[in-house]
Design a protein around this ligand. Structure first.
Ligand code: BES
Ligand code: MN
Ligand code: ZN
Length: 496
């Protein structure tokens, strides 16, 4: 989908559809008033007759409105003017896009970016418009023999009253880079485990490196053996697919600037291993590489933006399968850090691959490390599918990530990482065990990781509830690419 911003009058805009808002008391938004004036009050008549209540979420499509250049006019209900805030704006965009996608429109002009939204500027409204419009045009039909009906809508113009400034233009191009990154993340997430293997992810990283001038390196199992990554290797023992440790380096900043490292969990299928998962919905464990996919999507986005920042991606990737050679409950392994781990449940494998990746990460002399993982079912119980779980050993970093999540509307919630939880990982036989019992499952998982991230500023994002949707709308969401990209945009603005 192509996007542009233009100072323009809705009544003169020649396109498939112009979109304007109506508040719940029947008050037309400013662009709607302009259309109404040109169209001899057709719109206000319609509102007076009660065909458009202005209630949030409602839409009304009109055809051949007199003296309007566009083929169609879409009225969208904005709800009460006094309550029009971030969520309402986003809901309006979603209903707008779903109405537009049902038509044969090839191009549409949205006059929504000037609507006042509490605490948000035009740049924010542009960013959200782009992300939501791109989302509405996404299809996962790579593997269907007959592709689904391709979306007809190709072009979106964001109309505004004033001349768009450079901030608005930057927001547009950054949002479109984020949308492209999200598409890559979704495509990878939606691919099944028999196609999206660790080797496939490694190839994706290499392709990205070629396209965008990054540096890709792929370590094989023998390399990991030499490094002493026995925790990571214990997870892949039951699999026929070779494990890979993928790194991707983007050097947009000054040479001596310490990088931000993004570490993404890349389990391409999580059967649970010998601690086998129940069969129902086990297919969804193909999404257990969404941390890795979001890291690749973010790398692509920041490379497209050309951010002046150094960022490294580290992706430990393997399958978790049962087999005669697989790790067994009770097995004890030595991690690269030297700490020994008692594997009480082979299904708590994410932390076992991440701990070695976190130790490995120290070699990049990072300023900040953020890991992203579909780590625990407990996080889904705690926060549902709305917020990503955020844990950190640094409150300032936590704040920055929360703010990035709030701005991109890809929100996270700060969870505790108090010392008091650490004892749940005590083992009788090793330095620690890999599970901490049923209580506070997402916190003890984060506590486990924290033991391998002592040497730098670190945060952990548990995206188990936010990386994909189940049920009829099953599919990867592309989260938390917007949060990560926004965090890095902010970092680049303030980087020394
Ligand atoms: N990949 C899962 C976490 C997960 C579960 C994500 C459900 C999304 C939905 C992870 O590897 C896992 O199996 N975690 C276990 C940990 C437990 C054994 C301590 C879990 O959450 O059940
Ligand atoms: Mn698991
Ligand atoms: Zn897993």
């Amino acid at each position: 989908m192509e996007f542009s911003i233009k100072q323009s009058s809705p009544e003169k805009q020649r396109c498939g559809c112009v979109v304007v808002g109506v508040y719940e008391n029947g008050k037309l938004s400013a662009p709607a008033q302009l259309l109404d004036k040109s169209a001899a009050h057709q719109l206000s008549d319609l509102v007076a007759r009660g065909d458009m209540s202005g209630k949030a979420g409602t839409t009304l499509m009109l055809h051949h409105v007199s003296s309007i250049a566009a083929e169609r006019v879409l009225l969208v209900g904005l709800g009460k003017a006094g309550e029009f805030a971030s969520k309402q704006f986003i809901d309006v965009l979603r209903s707008t896009m779903s109405a537009l996608q049902k038509t044969a429109c090839k191009d549409a002009s949205l006059y929504l970016a000037d609507l006042p939204v509490k605490g948000r500027d035009v740049a924010w409204k542009i960013m959200q418009s782009v992300l939501i419009a791109a989302e509405s045009g996404y299809r996962s039909d790579q593997l269907k023999s007959k592709p689904a009906d391709a979306p007809k809508l190709r072009k979106i113009l964001l109309g505004c009253n004033g001349k768009p400034d450079s901030k608005a233009q930057t927001a547009l191009s950054q949002a479109s880079a984020i949308a492209h990154g999200m598409k890559l993340t979704k495509d990878l997430g939606n691919l099944p485990g028999n196609i999206c293997t660790p080797a496939y992810l490694a190839d994706q990283a290499k392709t990205l490196a070629k396209q965008r001038k990054l540096k890709a390196t792929v370590l094989e199992e023998k390399d990991m053996q030499k490094l002493g990554m026995h925790s990571l290797l214990s997870v892949t023992r039951g699999s026929r697919q070779p494990a890979k440790l993928i790194t991707l380096e983007y050097s947009g900043g000054a040479k001596k600037q310490k990088p931000v490292v993004l570490v993404g969990k890349g389990i391409t299928f999580d059967s649970g291993g010998i601690s086998l998962k129940p069969g129902a919905e086990m297919d969804e464990m193909k999404y257990d590489m969404c941390g890795a996919a979001s890291v690749l999507g973010t790398m692509q986005a920041i490379a497209e933006m050309g951010l002046k920042l150094n960022v490294v991606a580290v992706i430990p990737s393997c399958e978790n399968m049962p087999d005669g050679a697989a790790s067994k409950p009770g097995d004890i392994v030595k991690s690269m850090s030297g700490q020994s781990i008692e594997i009480l449940n082979t299904d708590a494998e994410g932390r076992l691959i991440l701990c070695d990746a976190l130790t490995y990460t120290a070699r990049f002399a990072p300023d900040t490390v953020v890991d992203i993982a579909t780590l625990t079912g407990a996080c889904v119980i705690a926060l549902g599918h709305v917020a990503t779980g955020l844990f950190s050993n640094d409150d300032k970093l936590a704040r920055e990530l929360l703010d990035a999540g709030d701005y991109s509307y890809d929100r996270a919630w700060h969870m505790p990482l108090w010392e008091d939880y650490q004892q749940q990982l005590d083992s009788n036989f090793a330095d620690m065990q890999n599970i901490g019992g049923r209580a506070a499952g997402s916190i003890t998982a984060a506590c486990f990781l924290s033991r391998f991230a002592k040497d730098y500023r670190w945060a952990h994002l548990d995206i188990a509830g936010t990386a994909w949707k189940s049920g009829k709308e099953k599919g990867s969401t592309g989260r938390p690419v917007p949060l990560l990209a926004q965090y890095l945009i902010h970092r680049a603005q303030t980087a020394k």
